[in-house]
Design a protein around this ligand. Structure first.
Ligand code: PLP
Length: 439
C-alpha cells in the first residue's frame, strides 16, 4: 500500500525510475514517450546534463539562503535575464515555487498596487469561464474549472466571469471572426460596467488556453481589445503564461504574438522545465514603483522564494533555449507537427478540431464531427484515452468537461522542444493507435 495521497485514492500510478531525452521509464521496464511534457512542463526533455550539472554546482556552493537575510547571485541573474528577455518594461521578477503560487502572487501584487494608489475599493477580478489558474484558493477562485471548484466553492472569493475566446464552439455560423471578437469584448466591457469600473482590479486570462480547453489560441485582435479596455478603465491585465509561456508557442511569451503588453505575467512549468519546482511573476515598472514609493514592502513571502537551486535550474534552461535556438526549433518542428496531426486526424470522425501554436497542440474529441456534438458526460473519454496511450508507451494529457460539465473532451500534446521530426511522427502514430482503441 502506498502512503502517498495520490491524485486518485483508488489507484497508484506506475513508478517512474529514470528519464532521458523524450522518454520516461518505469520500474517494470516499460518506457513512455513524454508527448505532453507531463503537463507542458518538460520542455527540455529528461536528464539534460547541462541542467543537472548547474544544479549540482549550485548545491555544492549554496543550497539555500532565506530571502529575509540574503539574496543570491543566481536568483539575481535569473531575474535579470527574465526581465531582459521579457517584452516592454516587465522589469521586476518575484520568484516562487510553481504556477499556483505565481498566480496568488500576481493577484496580491495587483490588489496592493491599487491599495497603495489610493483606490482600496478595487477588489473585483474578472476572468473567463474557460480557465484554470491553479489549485490554491485564490487561484482556484479565479479559474472557471467547475470540476476542480466544486467542493470548495464556499471558500472561494467572488470572481466575475466572461465567455472564453473559443472560436470552434462559440462563433456563430453567420459571424465573421471580427464580429465574434467584438462580441466577446462587448461582453467584457458590459461586465466591467456591471461591476463598476472603479471596483475592478483587473482581467486575467491565459493567452493560449491550456488544460481547460486544449491549446486554444485567441482570435486576431482579441487581446489588443482586452488591453484597450483595461487601459480605458484603469485596470490591470494579468497574463497567465504558466502553461503557454517559456517558449511553448514559439516565442518566449505567448502574448508576444498578440503584440500586447500585460501588466503582470505568471510563469511556472516550463520555467524550470521540471528540473526544479519554480514559478515567477513579472511586473511592469509602474506596479512595483507604486509600492516602492508607498509602503516600500510587498506584503507577501514564502519560505522558498528565490530558491538558489531552482534558480540555477531555470537560468540554465533559459541559456539552453537561447544557445540551442530552441524557439526557432519549436516554430519549425511545430509546423511539421501540425502537418502530421492534420494528415493523421484531419478526417477522423471523432476529431472535431486540431488547434494550437508552436509545440502546443490539442485534438478536440467529439461524438459527431459535423454537428460538433460532444461525447455525453458519462462517456468522458479522457481516462480511456490516457490508459490506451500509456498502454502504447505514450504520455498525453487528455481532459474533458471542464466548463460546467458541458464542453468537450480534448487531448493536449506538448512534446519537449528537443523532439526530432521522427519522434514527433512516432508520437502521432502511437496516438492514432490509442484513439482507435479508446474511441
Ligand atoms: N495556470 C495555468 C494556466 C496552469 O495550467 C496551471 C497548472 O496546470 C497553473 C496555473 C497552476 O500551476 P501549478 O500546478 O504549478 O500550481
Amino acid at each position: 500500500m502506498s502512503h502517498i495521497i495520490h491524485r486518485s485514492l483508488r489507484h497508484t500510478p506506475p513508478i517512474a525510475v529514470s528519464g532521458s531525452g523524450i522518454t520516461i521509464r518505469d520500474n517494470r521496464g516499460n518506457s513512455y514517450i513524454d508527448a505532453s511534457g507531463g503537463a507542458a512542463v518538460s520542455s527540455l526533455g529528461h536528464g539534460h546534463p547541462d541542467v543537472t550539472a548547474a544544479m549540482h554546482a549550485q548545491i555544492d556552493r549554496l543550497a539555500y539562503a532565506h530571502t529575509g537575510f540574503f539574496t543570491t547571485e543566481v536568483a539575481e541573474e535569473l531575474a535579470a535575464r527574465l526581465a531582459y528577455d521579457a517584452p516592454g518594461d516587465l522589469n521586476h521578477v518575484y520568484l516562487v515555487s510553481g504556477g499556483s503560487e505565481a498566480m496568488e502572487t500576481a493577484l496580491k501584487l495587483a490588489r496592493q498596487y491599487f491599495v497603495e494608489s489610493g483606490q482600496p475599493q478595487r477588489s473585483v477580478f474578472i476572468a473567463r469561464r474557460q480557465s484554470y489558474h491553479g489549485n490554491t484558493l485564490g487561484a482556484l477562485a479565479l479559474g472557471g474549472n467547475a470540476f476542480r471548484r466544486k467542493h470548495f466553492a464556499p471558500l472561494l472569493m467572488d470572481v466575475r466571469r466572461v465567455s472564453p475566446c473559443y472560436e470552434y464552439r462559440d462563433r456563430l455560423p453567420q459571424q465573421t471572426l471580427g464580429d465574434y471578437t467584438t462580441s466577446l469584448l462587448s461582453e467584457l466591457e458590459a461586465e466591467i460596467l456591471a461591476a463598476g469600473p472603479e471596483n475592478v482590479i483587473g482581467f486575467c486570462a491565459e493567452p493560449v488556453v491550456g488544460a481547460t480547453g486544449g491549446a486554444i489560441p485567441p482570435t486576431p485582435g482579441y487581446f489588443k481589445g482586452v488591453r484597450a479596455l483595461c487601459d480605458k478603465y484603469g485596470m490591470l491585465f494579468i497574463a497567465d503564461e504558466v502553461m503557454c509561456g517559456m517558449g511553448r508557442t514559439g516565442t518566449l511569451y505567448a502574448v508576444e504574438q498578440e503584440s500586447v503588453l500585460p501588466d503582470l505575467v505568471a510563469l511556472g512549468k516550463g520555467l524550470g522545465a521540471g528540473y526544479q519546482p519554480i514559478g515567477a511573476v513579472l511586473a511592469r515598472e509602474q506596479v512595483v514603483q507604486r509600492i516602492r514609493d508607498g509602503s516600500g514592502v510587498f506584503q507577501h513571502g514564502h519560505t522558498y522564494i528565490g530558491h538558489p537551486v531552482a534558480a540555477a535550474a531555470a537560468l540554465t534552461v533559459q541559456r539552453i533555449i537561447q544557445r540551442d535556438c530552441l524557439l526557432g526549433a519549436v516554430t519549425v518542428r511545430g509546423a511539421a507537427f501540425k502537418r502530421m496531426l492534420k494528415d493523421a486526424f484531419g478526417q477522423h470522425p471523432h476529431v472535431g478540431d486540431i488547434r494550437g501554436r508552436g509545440l502546443f497542440w490539442a485534438l478536440e474529441l467529439v461524438k459527431d464531427r459535423d454537428s460538433k456534438e460532444p461525447f455525453p458526460p458519462a462517456a468522458r473519454l479522457h481516462a480511456a484515452v490516457k490508459e490506451a496511450a500509456m498502454g502504447r508507451g505514450l504520455m498525453v494529457y487528455p481532459m474533458g468537461g471542464t466548463i460546467d460539465g458541458e464542453r468537450g473532451d480534448h487531448v493536449l500534446l506538448a512534446p519537449p522542444f528537443i523532439a526530432t521530426e521522427a519522434e514527433l511522427a512516432e508520437i502521432v502514430g502511437r496516438l492514432q493507435e490509442a484513439l482507435a482503441r479508446a474511441l
